[in-house]
Design a binder for this molecule. Structure first.
Ligand code: GRG
Length: 287
C-alpha cells in the first residue's frame, strides 16, 4: 500500500531531471518502510483511518530517506552502499546528494501543508516532526563526536553506556517513536492525552531495540545480506552496543528492551498483536 502511495504522490515540477532521478533513486531503492508500516499499524490499532495518516507516512519516509542520504555523505559516515545500491553521492555527486536531501525536506512538509488534515492536528504534526528532526541532527552530532572512553577512566563504562543511550534515543528512536505516536492525534485531545505516553514508550523501546539489533547484525552478518557495508558504524571507532557490552551483553539488552516494548502495549489487548509481532521480528532479524 505504501509503495502505491509513494508512486501516486503528487510530484512538484522541477527543471532538473538529474535531481528528480536522484530523489527517485534513493526513495525507490528498496528501504524496509519500517516507519510508514509502524504509523499504519498504530493507526489500525487505534481505529484511525490509514487514509488520514497517508500524508504523514509519506513525509516521514521522505525525512528518513533524506537523513540517510546526508548520513552517507563523505563529511558524515562516508559510505558507498545503501539499500543494496551505490549511495547517492557515489552514483551522482555530493552536490546532487545534498540537494536531493534538501528537496525531500521540502516535499515532506508540502505533503502535510497540502493535506486535508484538520489545522489543529496539522500544526501539532509539524511541531512534533520538527522536534524529531532537531533530535536527529543532535543525535547525529553526538555520533560524529562519539569517542571510546579509555578503560583506565573511572566509570568509563557507565559514561559510555549513558552516551550511547542518549545518542540512539535521538538519532534512531525519535522518528520511530513519532511514527507510532502521531496517529493518536486524530482521536482528539482527551484520548491522545491518555495514550500518547504509552505509544511513545513503546516507540522508544522499539527504536532502541532496532539500534541494538542493528549493532549486533553489523558484526554477525555480511555486506551482501545487509545491503550496506557490514561493520560500517564501528569502522570509525564509534562505540556500539557490541563494542561496549560485548555480543552477549548486547543480546541481553535487546531481550530486556523487547520486554519493555511489550509491556508498554499491555493496555491495548489483542489490537496490539501486529506491533507486538514487530518486536519479535526485530529480535530475530538478520538484515
Ligand atoms: C535533516 C532529517 C535531517 C537529518 C540530518 C544525517 C542526520 C542529520 C541524521 C542521520 C540519522 C540516521 C542516519 C540515523 C540512523 C537511523 C537508522 C537506524 C537508519 C536505518 O534505517 P532502516 O534500516 O533503513 O529502516 P531502510 O533503508 O530500510 O529505510
Amino acid at each position: 500500500m505504501f509503495e502505491s502511495w509513494l508512486n501516486d504522490s503528487e510530484q512538484e515540477k522541477i527543471s532538473s531531471t538529474v535531481l528528480h532521478d536522484a530523489c527517485s533513486h534513493s526513495l525507490l531503492a528498496g528501504g524496509k518502510r519500517f516507519r510508514p508500516v509502524l504509523l499504519m499499524a498504530s493507526a489500525d490499532m487505534l481505529g484511525v483511518s490509514r487514509e488520514d495518516v497517508r500524508p504523514i507516512a509519506l513525509a516521514i519516509e521522505y525525512i528518513h530517506t533524506l537523513s540517510l542520504i546526508h548520513d552517507d555523505l563523505p563529511c558524515m559516515d562516508d559510505d558507498t552502499l545503501r539499500r543494496g545500491q551505490p549511495t547517492l553521492h557515489v552514483k551522482y555527486d555530493e552536490a546532487t546528494a545534498l540537494l536531493a536531501g534538501d528537496l525531500l525536506f521540502g516535499r515532506a512538509f508540502l505533503q502535510i501543508a497540502r493535506s486535508e488534515i484538520p489545522n489543529a492536528i496539522k500544526a501539532k504534526v509539524v511541531e512534533l516532526l520538527s522536534l524529531a528532526i532537531i533530535d536527529l541532527c543532535d543525535g547525529q552530532m553526538m555520533d560524529l563526536s562519539a569517542t571510546n572512553h579509555s578503560d583506565s577512566e573511572p566509570s568509563a563504562h557507565d559514561k559510555a553506556a549513558e552516551e550511547l543511550l542518549s545518542r540512539h534515543l535521538k538519532k534512531t528512536a525519535a522518528l520511530i517513536s513519532l511514527s507510532v505516536r502521531l496517529p493518536s492525534l486524530f482521536l482528539g485531545e482527551a484520548r491522545d492525552g491518555e495514550l500518547s505516553l504509552k505509544l511513545e514508550d513503546y516507540g522508544r523501546s522499539l527504536g532502541l531495540l532496532f539500534q541494538i539489533t542493528d549493532d549486533i547484525i553489523e558484526v554477525t552478518s555480511d555486506t551482501e545480506v545487509l545491503g550496506k557495508n557490514a561493520d560500517s558504524d564501528s569502522r570509525g571507532g564509534t562505540p556500539t552496543y557490541v563494542s561496549i557490552f560485548g555480543l552477549d551483553g548486547a543480546r541481553e539488552r535487546s531481550d530486556a528492551t523487547a520486554a519493555k516494548a511489550r509491556q508498554s502495549l499491555a493496555d491495548f489487548g489483542d489490537k496490539a498483536d501486529f506491533l507486538l509481532w514487530l518486536v519479535d521480528y526485530l529480535l530475530k532479524r538478520d538484515k
